[in-house]
Write a protein that binds this ligand. Structure first.
Ligand code: PAF
Length: 280
């Protein structure tokens, strides 16, 4: 597996693959890779001849008080994982290759960036939308793969690709979970052993809540019982809601396309999760 650190080097490699008629998949990441990321590479391998993974800890998607400085960085270990997973090229640009001096453009996806994560992380989705647009334009992949754990991010990326006529197919990949149900995330590394021991309760509570909602129970009552259960397990709940999986508009009863979304904190670690709610 080769590494490209500049857009020129990335495009040179892509040009040679295109000349051979290869389909290309892109897996954008911020590194600190886990099985979830490797499942994205695997999907890429099934859908294209060549898989490019990018690792770029994008400063524009971190707020002033967020974890940009302590975000886990482990490039050598990540490169080895990607190589073993069958990735063909690692794109590892330095910040100045992505945001050169004088950089001034922001991509903003209005509306979808407002609820849930957008309510507490102002500017976060502008940062995500901007860097993902740039990566899609740098590589022009046939397909780009993103994890469903960050469902709102995925919805925003689908919207921007459609709105900007970016021809890549945007594919969502199912959440990969630890044995106790905790959705894999690079930020799980921040959990203390005590918090890690209870973190699986988030998924179990969501599963039970989704089943109750599917049986036709009241949405507000069910959600407030779930919030209380999470709080007594030790979580600080940022949000727990039922919403349409495409528009992200809240739902007051379980309808087709409904999805349960949660963000909850254990200490300073924020966990996100979501799962579908099938109407009865
Ligand atoms: O999900 C992520 O890791 C990041 O938000 C992404 C899509 C790579 C953009 O920086």
């Amino acid at each position: 597996m080769d590494t490209a650190r500049t857009v020129v080097a990335l495009r040179a490699r892509i040009r040679s693959w295109r000349a051979a008629g290869d389909r290309i998949a892109l897996v954008p990441t911020m590194g600190a890779l886990h099985q979830g990321h490797l499942s994205l590479v695997d999907i890429g391998r099934r859908r294209a001849h060549r898989v490019i993974a990018s690792i770029f800890v994008n400063p524009k998607q971190f707020g002033a008080n967020e974890d940009l400085d302590r975000y886990p960085r482990q490039e050598a270990a990540d490169a080895e994982l990607l190589r073993k997973a069958g990735c063909d090229l690692l794109f590892l640009p330095p910040a100045e290759a992505v945001y050169p001096r004088g950089y001034a453009t922001t991509v903003s996806v209005a509306g979808l960036d407002r609820p849930m994560e957008g309510a507490t992380r102002p500017g976060h989705f502008d940062g995500v939308a901007t860097v993902v647009t740039k990566l899609l334009l740098m590589a022009f992949p046939d397909v780009a793969i993103f994890g469903e754990k960050d469902w709102q991010q995925l919805a925003i990326i689908r919207r921007l690709a459609a709105d900007l006529n970016i021809p890549a197919e945007i594919v969502g990949a199912p959440i990969i979970r630890e044995a106790d149900g905790l959705a894999m995330s690079s930020r799980n590394a921040y959990l203390s052993p005590q918090h890690r021991a209870i973190a699986g309760a988030l998924f179990r509570t969501l599963q039970a809540t989704a089943a109750t909602l599917s049986s036709g129970a009241s949405v507000p009552d069910t959600l407030s019982a779930a919030r209380a259960a999470l709080q007594s397990a030790g979580f600080a709940v940022d949000y727990l809601l039922l919403a349409d999986e495409q528009t992200l508009a809240p739902m007051d009863r379980a309808l087709p396309g409904g999805r349960l979304f949660a963000a909850a904190r254990l200490g300073s670690t924020r966990l996100l999760d979501n799962l579908p709610v099938l109407p009865a």
